[in-house]
Write a protein that binds this ligand. Sequence first.
Ligand code: KG4
Ligand code: ZN
Length: 356
Amino acid sequence: MIILGIETSCDETAAAVLKQDEKGRIQILSNVIASSAQLQSKYGGIIPEQAAREQLKSIIPVIKESLQVAGYRAQDVDAIAATYGPGLIGSLLVGIETAKTLSKVWQKPLIPVNHLIGHFYANWIDSRDSLLDHSLTRLGKNEKQATSNETPKFPAIGLLVSGGHTDLVLFKNHGKYEYLGGTRDDAAGECFDKCARLLGLPYPGGPEISKLASQGDSTVFNLPSPMIHSKDFDFSFSGLKTAVARIVDSGQVTGDSQKADLAAAIEKAIVDVIVQKTIAAAQKYKVEQIIVAGGVAANRKLVSDLNLKCQISNLKLFVPPPELCTDNGAMIAAAAFFIKPINHPLSIQANPNLSL
Ligand code: KG4
Ligand code: ZN
C-alpha cells in the first residue's frame, strides 16, 4: 500500500510517499519539505497570507518531487492523505484543495488527517534507520531507548508539544483516545518562541533557546514552572513569558552569559512541568508507554529528562527523530494507514479549529 501525504497547516509545504509492507511496517520512500521559515524569521513570526502565498507556489513542485524521489507515478499511489485542520485557514486550503483535486483527477481515495493526530504517527514510521543514526549521535547514549525502531502499543499516554498545542491524551487504540488536559493559554512551543523574541532571538525560537541554554546555568534566574503542583493535566505558559519579560525589562540581562543563563532557566521551567505531568498521567492511568510528538519534541533536554524519568518508572518512551517532530508529510501519510478514506472526497472542508 502506497500513500501520498500532504501537509500545509502552518508555514511548511510538505509531501511524502510512504509504503506499508506485508508485515505492516511503514517506510518512508520520500519526504520533501519546503519551508518559508527563513522568510518568516525576517518578520519575527508567521504572516498567514504570506505563508499561504508561498505554499501555493510550492505545492505542485513539492508533490512532484516526492513522487519522483520515491520512484513512483501518480497511478501507483493507493490513496492521498492531507491535513484538513487545525492550522492557518489559507495554508490548510492549499493542501486540502490540492488533495481533493488530485483525488478526483487520479481517481484515488482521499484520507483527511487531523494534524495533531498526524504528529503522533511519526512514531509508527519504521524506516527511521537513516534518521536514527543521526539522532543517536545527536542525543547520546542515555536517549537510545527513545529512538528505538519498534512501534508503540496501546494503551499509551500521548504528549503533544508543538507551536500551537500542549496536550496530554490517553490512547486506547487507533482512533480511540481520551483528552486528559492541555494548555489553558500559550502552548509550549509558543512560549519558547515568545521568550526567544524577548531575548532578541530569531523565529522559530525553540531551537535558538535550546542552543543558548546549553551554555547557560539554569539556576541563576528564578522562573516559575506554572501549574507544576496542580493535580490535573492542564498547563499554563503565559505567566512564564511575563516573568521573562519582567527580567528583560529590569535590565538584568546585559551580556551573552546572562542571556544564556536566562535561556537555560526558560528551557528548564518549560521542560520540568511537561515531564512531571506526563509521568504523572502514565502512573494515574497505569499505562506502560509514552508517545511524544510535535516540534518541541525535538528539544534535547525534554527528551533526555523524559527518558531518565521513564527509565526510573519502567516506562517505554517513543520520540520521533527530530526531523519527524516538526511538521512533515510523512507523519500525515503514516496516520492515514490507520484511517478509512472518506466516501465523498469533495465534501471535505478545511477546519482551522479542529481539535483532538
Ligand atoms: O509541530 P511544529 O513544527 O508546528 C506546529 O504544529 O506548531 O512545532 C513548531 C514549534 C515551534 O514553536 C518551535 O519553536 C518548536 O516547535 N521547536 C522547539 C525545538 N524545535 C522546534 N522547541 C524547543 N526546542 C527545540 N529544539
Ligand atoms: Zn505541527
